[in-house]
Design a protein around this ligand. Structure first.
Ligand SMILES: Cc1ncc(COP(=O)(O)O)c(C=O)c1O
Length: 454
């Protein structure tokens, strides 16, 4: 069967209709955005908030479970979930209660609490690494972990995979385009040319990985177990074995960033796939969306880290953050793992993602489009190409921004929130079948709208 295609003019016209509908139905958000223009740079607290597909973002009035309510009174099935920050669902009751309780006893003492020990023990159990440290964001945890890796190896560079994202970690905001490495497009004020700090190879490219590691100057390979920030790109069979073997042979610590792949299960892909990293980073939903992250490392890394460590001198040593490891985030990490992101909750979340994936796949097939959807645990993402890409470059080449913006705005106008820069749907313990079915139905009718005869 010949695959159908979608005409760009059809997308542009449909987007224009949705843009007007969005503006008409969100007067209060528009008002706030206009007002914000004279105090917030670009009218938003963070630059990425301008990436929502209308002319302005919706302003949130309330959020509970997997539902968001905006200031105009519209209710949304939230399949974005704060781009994983709220994979717990918004305001899970157990977390709310623990937060109120802990705050009465102080949030930030610059001293450990019993909860911090509980959290480290639980992370040990989930990720099979013995020693843990806390940070306030996954970005920070990655930055600190890279410092540790440089410290223990004495090597200058890191290696990442093309089109990765690990937060705003300076060394990682780099790509190779047509064989030329440099700062990624849109990188604001890169401190130094990232080719001085970073090697970039394509995901699933074992020979390129081997050649880069053999040069002996890599302090750390930083990777997601499956790429999730350029669509979901799974490792090919044998890739993780090769990655582990080559990093071991060259004495290069392997850092797995499980911030998004925590969607695979309580111990991320590390536990689900039996991986054996030297360092793991986890953040975002770890404290139900409040600032907290953690990085754990092996006994070997820990011993080498302690060599030459002088606490008198190493007061901060670049691993800082006055509020990091605070009592409130330790409490919230504890309650999140104890009561929210439990093994049982994952079973339900993954079943919902199965349901969504089946529904979207059915709609794609019905429309006869050469698209696909990939699922990883409770996360699923469709892409505008027939086969799953092997690497970041293949995935980026299949990007169609106008089409993506249309799909997202069409969904928004019909009560479904999708992360602006992913075609991703994420399930929380609070997500319902009804919300999943709405996501599928809206996807299906978006395709109908694009494909029906004018
Ligand atoms: C894989 C991965 N690691 C780290 C981060 C950074 O997380 P944060 O922005 O919470 O610091 C992100 C953010 O999207 C991410 O996708």
């Amino acid at each position: 069967m010949r695959a159908h295609t979608i005409e760009q003019t059809r997308v542009a016209e449909a987007f224009e209709r949705e843009r007007r509908l969005f503006a008409d139905e969100h007067p209060r958000s528009r008002e706030l955005f206009d007002r914000a223009g004279s105090s917030l740079f670009n009218g938003v607290p963070m630059p990425f908030m301008t990436e929502w597909p209308g002319d302005f973002p919706i302003y949130v009035a309330d959020a509970e479970g997997a539902e968001v309510v905006d200031v105009d009174g519209h209710r949304y099935a939230d399949l974005c979930l704060g781009d994983t920050g709220a994979m717990t669902g918004h305001a899970p009751p157990a977390t709310v209660e623990a937060m109120m309780e802990q705050f009465r006893h102080g949030a930030s003492h610059m001293l450990p609490t019993e909860d911090s020990v509980w959290v480290a023990e639980e992370l040990q159990r989930r990720f099979h690494l013995p020693f843990w440290q806390f940070a306030l964001s996954a970005t920070d945890a990655n930055r600190f972990a890279l410092r540790v890796a440089r410290h223990v190896t004495g090597r200058p560079k890191i290696l990442v995979f093309n089109w990765c994202y690990h937060g705003t970690v300076d060394e990682t905001i780099t790509t190779v385009v047509d064989g030329v490495a440099g700062p990624r497009e849109g990188n604001v004020g890169p401190p130094i040319d990232p080719t001085m700090t970073t090697k970039v190879v394509e995901w699933n490219d074992v020979p390129a990985l081997e050649a880069a590691l053999l040069q002996g100057d890599i302090a750390c390979v930083l990777a997601e177990p499956a790429m999730t920030n350029v669509g979901i790109i799974m490792p090919e069979p044998g890739f993780h074995d090769a990655l582990r073997r080559l990093t071991r042979e060259t004495g290069t610590p392997l850092l797995l960033d499980e911030t998004h792949t925590l969607c695979a299960g309580p111990g991320g892909c590390t536990a689900e796939w039996g991986l054996d990293p030297d360092i793991v980073v986890v953040g975002k939903p770890l404290a139900s969306g409040l600032p907290a992250a953690a990085y754990g490392f092996s006994k070997d890394v820990s011993e080498r880290f302690l060599e030459g460590w002088d606490p008198e001198v190493s007061v901060t040593g670049g691993l800082g953050g006055t509020l990091a490891g605070n009592a409130l985030s330790a409490k919230l990490m504890r309650v999140t793992m104890e009561s929210v992101l439990t093994q049982e909750a994952y079973r339900g979340m993954i079943a919902l993602a199965d349901r969504y994936t089946r529904g979207v796949r059915g709609a794609i097939d019905h429309a006869g489009l050469a698209w696909h959807i990939t699922q990883l645990g409770c996360r699923a993402e469709y892409r505008f190409r027939a086969d799953p890409p092997r690497n970041g470059t293949e995935s980026v080449q299949a990007e169609e921004r106008p089409l993506m913006r249309f799909m997202h705005l069409y969904a928004l106008n019909r009560g479904v929130l999708l992360t602006p820069f992913h075609n991703m749907a994420l399930m929380s313990p609070a997500t319902t079948e009804r919300q999943v079915d709405l996501g599928v139905q809206v996807f299906d009718s978006a395709l109908e709208e694009l494909m029906s005869e004018a």
